[in-house]
Design a protein around this ligand. Structure first.
Ligand code: VL7
Length: 134
C-alpha cells in the first residue's frame, strides 16, 4: 500500500524559495509577488496516479502523473521551461526528476506526522516547504 497524500494542504513555511526562484531565472518583480503567496495544494491520489493542483491568488499549477511513467512538463506560469519528468517511489517518498535545461532539477514529497513536506531543487538551490491540512 502506497502512502496516502490525498487532501487539501496549506503552506505554513517556505525556506529558500527566493534562492530556488533565482536558480530558475524568475524575474525580480515576479519573485516579490511569489514569495508573499501562501499556496494551497489539493492532492488527489488513486494508488500510483496523482493529480496535484497548486493554487494561489497569483498563479495556479496543475500536475498529473503516474508513478514510473515519464511525461512532458511545461511549467506553464512558473519558469515556462519544458522538461521531461519522472516520478518514482523511494520508500515512502515521491521523488520527481525534471530533466531539461536546468541541472539537478526536481522535487520530493513526503509526509511527516500529519504534515506534508516538499523539497524543490534546482542547480545548487534547495527550497523546503511545509504544508498543514486545511
Ligand atoms: C510549484 C514555483 C517559481 C515562478 C509564481 C509562483 C506560483 C503557485 O511544482 C511544484 O509542485 C509540484 C509538487 O507538488 C507539483 O506541481 C511547485 C511552485 C514552484 C516556482 C516560479 C514564480 C511564480 C506558485 C503555483
Amino acid at each position: 500500500m502506497p502512502v496516502d497524500f490525498n487532501g487539501t494542504w496549506n503552506l505554513v513555511s517556505n525556506d529558500n524559495f527566493e534562492g530556488y526562484m533565482v536558480a530558475l531565472g524568475i524575474d525580480f518583480a515576479t519573485r516579490k509577488i511569489a514569495k508573499m503567496l501562501k499556496p494551497q495544494k489539493v492532492i488527489k491520489q488513486d494508488g500510483d496516479s496523482f493529480h496535484i493542483h497548486t493554487t494561489s491568488t497569483f498563479r495556479d499549477y496543475v500536475l498529473q502523473f503516474k508513478i514510473g511513467e515519464e511525461f512532458d512538463e511545461d511549467n506553464k506560469g512558473l519558469d515556462n521551461r519544458k522538461c521531461k519528468s519522472l516520478v518514482t517511489w523511494e520508500n515512502d517518498k515521491l521523488v520527481c526528476v525534471q530533466t531539461g535545461e536546468k541541472k539537478n532539477r526536481g522535487w520530493t514529497h513526503w509526509l511527516e506526522g500529519d504534515d506534508l513536506y516538499l523539497e524543490l531543487r534546482c542547480e545548487n538551490q534547495v527550497c523546503r516547504q511545509v504544508f498543514k491540512r486545511a
